[in-house]
Ligand binder design. Structure first.
Ligand SMILES: [Zn+2]
Ligand SMILES: [Zn+2]
Length: 290
């Protein structure tokens, strides 16, 4: 299914980083266009190509996950952490490679890396804690240094091995929760269909998509309209909840002037995270209540 043509290998300090052309054609096209239109994004795009290639290799190396039978009414996601089959031995090399990439790109500081000296078993415990907290790869407990961020990104790779098959089984009529029906993660994107105005949410870690009501908060479940601040060009907005102060990045999508893949869209919207967080908003609620 995936093409893993090694196109570049380099030694970078502690570990060998192998760059692969593992991304599909639509993503490659999106990334190339992003850099053409926004040359200042070249560094970010390059980092995400490396991270995505690492995640693809992680996905390929994972054992087949044991998914739970659907229990939509109970609000149970299909995957529990133990279903993934992630082990310290699988996780550790991905974390070491990921933090090398992140540190080389200036993300986090090696001097401030509280998880840098942790054991592989402790990294696995961190992955479990983040999974169970519904955390996206850059949210607490993964925020805070290159090693914990690398654990978050490795978890995304581990999920990518089993999520696509399960995504296909989402029964749109039976899932109305704010968190992901596949892995239980919080959404990071809210997409409004231009033709029907229907809203879908996208999981911030396994990329599953599910329908959600147009009004109300995915995180705390309250029914008031989300507040919104739009980007100057009106293509995106930050939609946030006045109760729990968690936010989603929102776009009318697909749209002619926007990337065609969700990865491209996410990269183009990275600036919204900085703006939202500067306003004191958080990408997920401090305490789960949905
Ligand atoms: Zn998910
Ligand atoms: Zn809320």
């Amino acid at each position: 299914m995936r093409r893993l043509n090694d196109i570049e290998a380099r030694t970078n300090g502690e570990t060998t980083v192998t760059r692969t052309a593992a991304l599909d054609d639509a993503i490659q096209t999106d990334l190339r266009r992003l850099v053409e239109r926004h040359p200042s994004m070249a560094g970010l795009v390059s980092l995400y190509q490396d991270i995505a290639a690492l995640q693809t290799r992680a996905a390929d190396a994972m054992p087949a996950a044991r998914a739970q039978p659907p229990q939509w009414d109970a609000g149970a996601p299909r995957l529990r952490f133990d279903d993934l089959g992630l082990t310290p031995e699988l996780l550790a090399p991905w974390v070491r490679e990921g933090r090398t990439l992140l540190t080389a790109a200036g993300v986090g500081s090696a001097g401030e890396d509280p998880w840098g000296d942790a054991s592989a078993a402790e990294w696995l415990d961190l992955a479990r804690a983040g999974f169970e907290a519904r955390a996206g790869p850059t949210a607490p407990p993964f925020a805070g240094g290159p090693s914990s961020l690398a654990v978050g990104q490795a978890l995304v790779g581990a999920l990518a091995g089993s999520a696509p098959a399960l995504r296909a089984e989402i029964d749109a009529g039976q899932w109305y929760r704010g968190y992901c029906p596949v892995c239980g993660g919080w959404p990071d994107l809210s997409l409004i269909a231009p033709d029907t105005e229907a809203r879908t949410l996208v999981c911030g870690r396994c990329d599953a998509v599910w329908p959600f009501r147009r009004v109300g908060c995915a995180f705390c479940g309250q029914d008031d309209r989300m507040q919104r601040s739009s980007s100057p060009d009106q293509r995106f907005s930050v939609a946030w909840c006045g109760h729990c102060r968690a936010y989603l990045k929102q776009a009318r999508w697909p749209a002619q002037d926007l990337p065609v893949t969700r990865l491209g869209l996410r990269l183009l919207m990275v600036g919204l995270d900085l703006e939202a967080q500067a306003q004191g908003l958080a990408s997920q609620p401090e305490q789960e209540s949905a």
